[in-house]
Design a protein around this ligand. Sequence first.
Ligand code: DAT
Length: 172
Amino acid sequence: MLLPNILLTGTPGVGKTTLGKELASRSGLKYVNVGDLAREGQLYDGYDEEYDCPILDEDRVVDELENQMSEGGVIVDYHGCDFFPERWFHIVFVLKTDNSVLYQRLETRGYNQKKLKDNIQCEIFQVLYEEALGSYKEEIVHQLPSNKPEDLEDNINQILKWIEQWVKDHSS
Ligand code: DAT
């Protein structure tokens, strides 16, 4: 059976991991967290002193994922999206969270003031939404609110319906 690949993107803290894992368990699709994948495989290319974090080796991440992406049925979670091959994804969801809610979530994570400010600005300026629109066909890019538990439930149900329809449309 053919299964679609789904990209979940958005500013850190908007709820990609929460949605991705729950969606995977309810749909049977596979969940891949690119941050974890990079950490496990040490897929890094240097260190960013300003942001105090390793720099992702995007080419190696793409190589690492290529086989499973061509098989289909993968949910990818990452706070960036312009380096993945466009052909990989059948649909792209950009999660969005109100500033005050996001601020609290990131504060709970123990982010320092600079990281907090940068991430809130990233959300205010819809950086990931713009990046997604610049990287994929506009008609497959969708924004989803991600503020409260009901949003999570609505998003899951909506995506499950979309998957079901996609599978029907692609079965011979
Ligand atoms: P991300 O993977 O985008 O960095 P996450 O899934 O780790 O984000 O979520 C960050 C925090 O927010 C985490 O404590 C769970 C919570 N959260 C996620 N989605 C939520 C929602 N729809 N309603 C309430 N809390 C949510």
